[in-house]
Design a binder for this molecule. Structure first.
Ligand code: FAD
Length: 390
């Protein structure tokens, strides 16, 4: 072997081999089941092409680009109800007057307080105009090759990298500055993996399949892109495990009782997987960041850059790419919020609060990354050989 994928994932707490085994044996099978449950397969999204930066260039009409929206009667009923804003439910408020209130730790232990509309300082919020939101069945709209390419796609990636997350120089030692670049690069690798693994090989016969050359060309022959993908996977995994109490208690209610129990059970199996707890209990150590003197300003700057990236997703000129772009950037934004904003001033609250849609995005993003990591791993000796050919 080349040793390129040996040792620890950069800035993370687990090594490549452990991540591969944990992913293939435990996490990937659970995630694959989880994303098919009714709770996780419907995603609320504003799909309009309303880019504030450039005019529409007509890419939206590409055949493989269009998203199939759900018929109204397919959305889970509880998803349609408006959120009840304001106070936490009565049982929380009444605790204080009760004799047992003084020592009752339910208030502290109760992480989940119902789904709420809540701000995320890391993302560009456009959830306000709910009239323009649609529900999409993600299972019917797989992330794959769409034909979206050329200058339109290029300028999105270019502006993401050049304006919002400049590649750090090799001497850069500030880990905070590296994180944003690595997250985006890792996501980019994962998107490219999905394009290459589900590619339109022959247009006339509509034959789809794996495009190994593309996989090699875009990702595998760039070791840093593969490494960043593992990094992003562990980063998002850490966010999920950090939110264990919240995710365990959350209501996965879609009105389909049997399915919802299954969702709840899969979530628990994921969060409390013995293998995860022994092999990679802390996939990424967020506590090491923002400690320096300029920590708060640095965080604000990186937060602003990520918000810009999130806003840029409205400019992705292909509906299906925009769907997955928005979902995965929202998922990353949710991970950033869980890891860096809870217990801090910037969300004005010590406790974690997530929107239902954020949880759906987070888990679907983790699954996409998990699939990509598995694809790289499954190439096995081929990857090593390709790397040696370099
Ligand atoms: P691109 O992938 O466009 O990359 C542009 C440049 O970025 C490369 O030349 C390289 O310098 C750099 N780069 C590439 N990968 C990395 C990396 N991992 N880390 C750091 N730098 C890198 N197309 C689809 O077919 N289906 C989709 O679902 C889809 N979703 C998309 C979602 C978003 C948000 C965007 C912006 C584009 C999406 N596209 C999708 C388009 C796709 O990502 C490519 O842009 C397109 O296939 C053209 O690829 P390319 O070879 O020109 O390189």
């Amino acid at each position: 072997g080349t040793g390129k994928y040996k040792g620890m994932v950069e800035d993370c707490c687990c090594d490549y081999e452990t991540v591969d085994n944990l992913n293939s044996e435990v996490l990937n099978p659970l995630l694959q089941d989880l994303v098919t449950t009714p709770f996780f397969r419907y995603y609320k999204v504003k799909l309009w092409c309303d880019c504030p930066f450039w005019p529409d260039d007509g890419m939206c009409r590409l055949r493989d680009c269009s998203v199939c929206e759900c018929p109204e009667n397919e959305f889970p009923e509880p998803f349609k109800k408006p959120f009840v804003p304001g106070l936490p439910s009565d049982d929380l408020m009444c605790q204080e007057g009760k004799p047992q209130g003084a020592v009752d730790r339910t208030i502290d232990n109760r992480a989940f307080r119902g789904w709420v509309e809540t701000k995320n300082p890391w993302t560009h919020d456009d959830d306000t105009d709910s009239g323009e939101m649609t529900y999409v069945n993600l299972q019917l709209n797989p992330e794959r090759y769409t034909g979206y390419t050329g200058p339109s796609a290029r300028r999105i990636w270019d502006s993401i990298y050049s304006e919002n997350c400049p590649k750090y120089s090799s001497g850069e030692t500030c880990p905070e500055k590296k994180v944003l670049y690595k997250l985006i690069s890792g996501l980019h690798s994962s998107i490219s993996m999905h394009i290459a693994s589900d590619y339109l090989l022959d247009e006339s016969s509509n034959q789809w399949g794996q495009n190994i050359e593309l996989m090699y060309d875009r990702i595998l022959r760039h070791p840093d892109r593969v490494r960043n993908m593992y990094f992003t996977y562990l980063f998002v995994l850490r966010a999920v495990t950090k939110a264990t109490a919240y995710l365990e208690q959350a209501e996965y209610d879609t009105g389909n009782h049997a399915e919802d129990l299954k969702t709840q059970s899969l979530i628990k199996q994921l969060l409390y997987s013995p293998k995860l707890q022994t092999a990679c209990p802390v996939p990424f150590d967020e506590a090491k960041l923002w400690q320096g003197q300029s920590g708060p300003e640095l965080k604000q700057q990186i937060q602003k850059q990520f918000r810009n990236i999130s806003a840029l997703m409205d400019c992705v000129g292909c509906e299906k790419c925009r769907l997955w772009g928005k979902l995965q950037v929202q998922g990353l934004g949710t991970a950033l919020k869980i890891l860096f904003s809870v217990g801090n001033q910037d969300i004005g609250d010590q406790t974690l609060q997530l929107q239902r849609n954020e949880v759906i995005a987070l888990v679907n993003l983790l699954n996409r990354l998990s699939e990509s990591v598995k694809m790289v791993h499954d190439m096995g000796p081929d990857v090593e050989r390709l790397m040696e050919d370099q």
